[in-house]
Design a protein around this ligand. Structure first.
Ligand SMILES: CC(C)(COP(=O)(O)OP(=O)(O)OC[C@H]1O[C@@H](n2cnc3c(N)ncnc32)[C@H](O)[C@@H]1OP(=O)(O)O)[C@@H](O)C(=O)NCCC(=O)NCCS
Length: 167
């Protein structure tokens, strides 16, 4: 397994992997398959060269099998904070440390960029993702009730933070 920062040349592979993620785990994401499918490749390429956005990917035999995205807040007063988004490991590779490997690399890159704290939101019923975040040191700091509409009901979002200044 090779874990590295994704570049502009990875856009097509990333789009394929994101679409596969939405087929495999549609309930884990707020964005829909249709929305990603309709997004032009140029938009993804623009994200991949944006200094405030960082994707890391895990490759197996040259194919992208997992990815995560870090988005730094633009306002001066918030530039020390970045949000972890778009977390996915292909079903065939789960439970083998790929998620943790990706998150450790993202944390390392955040530190290098001078970011002080990482935040993320996860559907409260997503046990695997919550375990991943907690195993990498993220702490629960709140719950947004009824944050996401699902079918006839609502699901809470668990809010996590990692203080990179703490050591
Ligand atoms: C969440 C996800 C990224 C985890 O990736 P992964 O490669 O399987 O995770 P890892 O193998 O690195 O495991 C990391 C930790 O999570 C735990 N974990 C992984 N899957 C688990 C599961 N199904 N149930 C309970 N714990 C689980 C592992 O035991 C490990 O904890 P430990 O270090 O205490 O042993 C993966 O399940 C996934 O892509 N899910 C669908 C998309 C998703 O939910 N994304 C998150 C949106 S916020």
């Amino acid at each position: 397994m090779l874990i590295r920062k994704l570049e502009k040349k990875d856009a097509a592979e990333l789009k394929r992997c994101r679409l596969r993620a939405l087929c495999e785990s549609p309930d884990a994401f707020l964005v829909t398959h249709g929305e990603v499918s309709d997004t032009p490749l140029a938009a993804l390429e623009a994200e991949l060269v944006d200094d405030d956005i960082c994707y890391v990917g895990a490759f197996v035999d040259g194919a992208l099998a997992g990815f995560m995205r870090l988005v730094r807040f633009p306002r001066l007063a918030r530039r020390h904070v970045a949000e972890v988004r778009s977390v996915h490991v292909s079903a065939a590779y789960r439970g083998q440390g790929m998620g943790a490997g990706l998150l450790h690399r993202l944390i390392e890159l955040a530190r290098q960029a001078g970011i002080r704290s990482l935040i993320l939101a996860v559907l409260a019923d997503n046990v695997a993702a919550r375990r991943l975040y907690e195993s990498c040191g993220f702490r629960l700091y709140g719950v947004e009730p009824c944050a996401v509409r699902k079918g006839d009901g609502y699901i809470d979002q668990a809010l996590y933070a990692l203080d990179l200044a703490a050591g």
